[in-house]
Write a protein that binds this ligand. Structure first.
Ligand SMILES: N[C@@H](CCC(=O)N[C@@H](CS)C(=O)NCC(=O)O)C(=O)O
Length: 248
């Protein structure tokens, strides 16, 4: 048995009304653990790990950070490779899509969430006591600063929103009519995409990205719901406070 260290979803911390985890990378990892049926225990005590990021895990005393590196370590260890049937070309596409979302759309989402929207939808979706509101205000400034260092934050808001919309459109076209990105069966990349799409579907009210999912990219919305239904039958119970019905 090992522990996955993540920000808490209970107590006064990042308790979500609609999204089980506030951070896409944590949701990605926990979705993978469910997909791979790896036994694990969630530990909310120390959210930031050896690389100063969340999530991280400890396994037999060893501390490992980064959702992707963790999955790539656990897969062989537990004999789980959900992508073994894919061609090298398909693997390349899966990688390109994952990195587009994790390393590019991430910033488009962050600029909307913390700069354009100034954290309002984010705060409205959680039960945020005063202290958390203060912490998020500081975090917000940090993210806006980081987006400038990364580079996307130097563009106008409209330019960034357009880049994010183009990412979603590309993903939507790649998914097409398939139930999962790489075909009939879910693979590792679906965990990463779900981590992000869930933020859009359930935690970005009023964003241009949610609007895309409700209009031009309706298949992404259905895909997100499909993954939730498959791997998170207890989703409502994982929220704080628990909910028997999720607002769609
Ligand atoms: N590549 C990393 C990214 C992890 C990441 O950026 N986590 C964010 C939460 S979404 C974090 O820990 N941020 C805290 C910080 O940067 O101080 C992964 O896949 O785990």
């Amino acid at each position: 048995m090992w522990s996955a260290h993540v920000p808490t979803r209970g107590g006064i911390d990042f308790s979500f009304l609609q999204v089980e985890h506030t951070t896409p990378f944590v949701l990605k990892l926990e979705t993978y653990l469910r997909m791979a049926e790896v036994p694990y225990q969630v530990d909310f005590e120390e959210p930031l790990g050896p690389k100063g990021k969340s999530p991280w895990i400890s396994l037999n005393g060893e501390e490992i950070g980064d959702s992707q590196l963790i999955m790539e370590m656990l897969g062989p260890k537990y004999g789980k490779d959900f992508s073994s049937h894919l061609s090298t070309e398909q693997l390349a596409i899966a990688r390109a899509m994952r990195i587009m979302i994790e390393d590019h759309f991430l910033w488009c989402l962050a600029v909307w969430r913390f700069d354009v929207d100034a954290g309002k939808a984010f705060l409205n979706s959680i039960e945020a006591p005063y202290i958390l509101r203060f912490v998020i205000a500081l975090f917000r400034r940090r993210i806006v600063g980081a987006s400038r260092v990364q580079g996307l934050g130097r563009h106008s808001h409209e330019e960034v929103m357009e880049m994010g919309r183009k990412d979603l459109k590309a993903l939507s076209l790649c998914l097409g009519e398939k139930p999962f990105l790489m075909g009939d069966k879910p693979t590792e990349v679906d965990c990463a995409l779900f981590g992000f799409l869930a933020q859009v579907v359930w935690n970005s009210a009023g964003s241009p990205y949610l609007q895309m999912l409700e209009t031009e990219c309706i298949n992404l919305q259905a895909y997100c719901h499909r993954i939730k239904e498959r791997f998170w039958p207890d989703w409502g119970q994982c929220l704080n406070p628990p909910q028997s019905q999720i607002i769609q």
